[in-house]
Each structure stands twice: as C-alpha cells, then as structure tokens.
Design a protein around this ligand. Sequence first.
Ligand SMILES: C[S@@+](CC[C@H](N)C(=O)[O-])C[C@H]1O[C@@H](n2cnc3c(N)ncnc32)[C@H](O)[C@@H]1O
Length: 214
Amino acid sequence: MNKKLLTYETTQAYLASLVPPREPELMEMEAYAEKHDFPIIGPACGYYCYQLARMIHAKSVFELGSGYGYSTAWFAKALKENGGGVVHHTVWDEELSQRARSHLVKLQSADVVQFHVSEAVEALQRTDSPFDIIFNDIDKQAYPASLPIIKEKLRSGGLLIIDNMLWSGRIFDKSDISPATIGVQEFTKQITQDQDWIVSLTPMRDGMIVAYKK
Ligand SMILES: C[S@@+](CC[C@H](N)C(=O)[O-])C[C@H]1O[C@@H](n2cnc3c(N)ncnc32)[C@H](O)[C@@H]1O
C-alpha cells in the first residue's frame, strides 16, 4: 500500500468525486455549509443515504437533528423515487426549520417532508411508528440515551444510520473525556454489543454506522 497516496484527504475527495451531478439547490446547500462551517453530511454520505433508502424501498424515514435540510433532501429524493412516503425533519431551531422548508420547496420535495420544531428524541417518541430508516445526527452526548427509543421505533429489517462515528478522530484520544466523545464511544459499544443489530462502520467523511435491525 502506498500510504503517501492513500490518505484520508485523497480518499474523501475521491469518494465525493464519484457522486453523480446533483441539483444546483443541493450544491448551494453544500456551499453554504462550507462557507459557514455548518456540519452537514456532505455529498458522499448524502448519496449513500439516498442509495440505502432506494435499496430497501423506504417509505418512512425519521431524522434526528436535520439542520437546514441537506440530509433530508437526499432521503426525500429517494422516497419520491420509491413512490412516496414521509421524511420527518426534526430540529429544535425554528429558523433552521423554516430554511429547510424553503430548500425542500425549491427541490420540489416538500410534499414528502413533515417538519417538527422540537427536541428530536422527544419528537420521535411522539410520532407513530415503525420507520424503515432512522437517521441520527443530534448532539453526540445524547446518542447513548437515544438508542433504546430508536430501537423501539424502527421496524425489524429497518436501518439505523448514525453520523460522526469517527468524531474527527477524537474517539482514538484516550485523554478526551468530553461528553460528546464519550457519547460516541458509548453508543458504538452499546450497538455493536447488542445481538439484535448487524452493524458496520464506514469511514466515509466523519464515519457512518449503518445498523440493520434483525
Ligand atoms: C449536525 S447538524 C445536522 C445536519 C443535517 N443532518 C445534515 O446533514 O444536513 C445537527 C442539527 O441538529 C440540531 N440538534 C442537535 N441536537 C438536537 C436535538 N437533540 N434535538 C433537536 N435538534 C438537535 C443542531 O442544532 C443542528 O442544527
């Protein structure tokens, strides 16, 4: 292996370059994230979520921590191509929710999105289930407590997708005892030790777990 060529940077740039051309609105959302340092999942992970949702013919997706709707837009695109359904967008900030709505209208996907301005796990608890996919991107210290509720709300054969599972490398730093880092480590331990899940972690961008509920 040529470790000078096969670096994190070259790999991530290559993965992003493989994503097919996409709507200008999605690219504008990416440019905004880049300029303002807003943590969206980016094109490679977005396209991966879209692929997974198409593969299992998902009709119902619940997102926890949706920001201004970039990840939502990829799921919504998949659901429309799957013949319809609902993506639940949840964020606790009214302004972000409004911005997400405006982007999704421009993408002609707002008809498959339901918007919740709320703490995301509470919104999940209140919403009729089961879901085909649950996507988790909330504050990392809240990951461990969210797992039992997610497990209850996801159908058997459904997918849990969780972002930031490499947490910019902080998971490898034994001196890092911040609540967010502990949250990611604890969540990873919980889900990989639970026999009810089949779990893999892909090192795309900041690391995504895809977990299949048996
Ligand atoms: C990482 S960003 C989401 C990015 C989005 N998933 C995307 O890729 O386009 C997380 C967003 O969820 C919000 N958030 C974090 N924890 C939350 C919670 N427990 N309930 C609701 N919103 C939350 C944050 O304020 C932020 O706007």
